[in-house]
Design a protein. Sequence first.
Length: 452
Amino acid sequence: MNGQLQAVPEDWNRAMAIVAHPDDLEYGAASAIARWTRAGRSVAYVMVTDGEAGIDGLHPLEAGPVRQKEQVASAALVGVGDVAFLGHHDGVVEGGLDLRRDIAREVRRFRPEVLVTATFELTYGMGPGQHILSQADHRAVGVAVLDATRDAGNRWIFPELLDEGYAPWDGVRHVYVMGANEQLKAKHRALWAAGDYPAVATDLIPTLGPTLVESSGVRAGHRVLDVAAGSGNAAIPAAATGASVVASDLTPELFGAGRRIAAQRGVAPEWVEADAEALPFADASFDVVLSCVGAMFAPHHQATADELIRVTRPGGTIGTINWTPPGFIGQLFATMKPYAPPPPPGASPAPLWGDEEHVRALFGDRITDIDVQRRTVVMEHNGDPAGFREYWKRNYGPTIAVYKHNATDPDRVAALDRDFLELLTTWNEADTPGRTRYQAEYLLVTARRSLT
């Protein structure tokens, strides 16, 4: 991909990468390690096994030395000369005290500030939507690294290491886990695939996309990207202007409805599965980049803002619509927050994209001619507030996820039902029985990418 993931902290001097097999790091971290060593940082490698079971046509007694030699040579290419092999058996690594002790010994020996390891989840992916069963050794080592990080700092855990001359080390400040981001993306995709978001966009906010397109000055001949496009709320009206439009989203399950709506309106935007935090498009490749209550839900705001700017040509337009924290949708999320699972590390609340200061800070001096407006869209729905609550529970992915998280606790579900209904009753402006009406505030932002 040409996109940029969220930057990791680099305010440290020593790192240790601990993985199960030779070549694991070449699949996931070697390029970052090369960057670190070029910058003068010290990095050491620890291979839990020799990888002796990794070559089908070569006996383990022959394969192990071959793979050791290959790993040492590969490490040297990225500036790493300290490579240790712990000698556990390839393919049958056991997570337990022996493994924790061996890793803690290495951590105490090298005394790193950063550890790198592979994900301990059941699956990982090399791209959006991909789910590959993780090998057992990776899972065992990943968990053991986390445990040994704490063990290394406690003199009373594995006291025999003191006798070996390895003093405690509690200086590990960061643990970087290869592949962990894919787990987050898979959950994010599943969240928006649940329910019927195309219905929500059509029923409640059909005017937002056209408003964004008009405010951003989209016209025939423009090359336009709609980021986190969903079913095309902005992409389809953009295509109707005669522009060449790409609709991108992490959740391709939404594209079917988008294609049907586009066909009904006689337009055909291109639909591309893509992560807002790592867009698969070249630098400066679009005249206009839009996001209509979409990119705001990507968990890492700075990475998302960086991508919006990167793919916009100098002088091109960036336009976003985002729900504000004090508005109706912002308060809907505030109501659900006490019942929601904890956010992943590093994630920011989506409604912050509706805060002007936050947006200005994200873009910084890379934009000019910024225009920020607070507006409202009216959401009207048949039925009373209780019926509208059920509408959200059926159709809106984030609401579905929160109720699913509490499904085994009837008391919490009842409390969430109560709080949700109170919100919908309080905000309802309709004065006609059997109708609900809500003013939902959003922040409309348009700006130009700086020429320099």
